[in-house]
Design a binder for this molecule. Structure first.
Ligand code: FES
Length: 105
């Protein structure tokens, strides 16, 4: 199992906002919404679109390529054309530090 890795400061990501990061050779999106942090793969399950470049609305992130929406809390694909969830990674906050543990495939 992978370890928690410190990836950002809480203050690095405004609320609501997002940050694209490379963690453990994997591109992920760190999201800060309503004082909560989430982390999902920066990959749309429809056709590999860069989710981190999409529009955030509430807890939904829209793929910029064909518009599929994902729930950043669960990774679930909410709207077509995506049907499979994207990967969610574990978050830990300690003080002003944000840690991510990459979920291995
Ligand atoms: S690549 Fe994301 S909706 Fe098609």
């Amino acid at each position: 199992m992978s370890e928690f890795i410190q990836v950002a400061k809480v203050s690095d990501v405004t609320s609501a906002g997002k940050l694209i990061l490379e963690v453990d050779d994997r591109m992920v999106v760190l999201l800060h919404i309503n004082e909560q942090f989430f982390c999902i793969d920066d990959v749309c399950t429809h056709d590999g679109g860069p989710l981190g470049e999409g529009e955030l609305c509430g807890f939904e992130l829209a793929c910029p390529r064909h518009g599929a929406k994902f729930d950043v809390r669960t990774g679930a694909a909410i709207t077509m054309p995506a049907t499979e969830a994207t990967v969610v990674h574990e978050i830990k906050i300690e003080g002003d530090n944000v840690f991510v543990r990459i979920k291995e495939d």
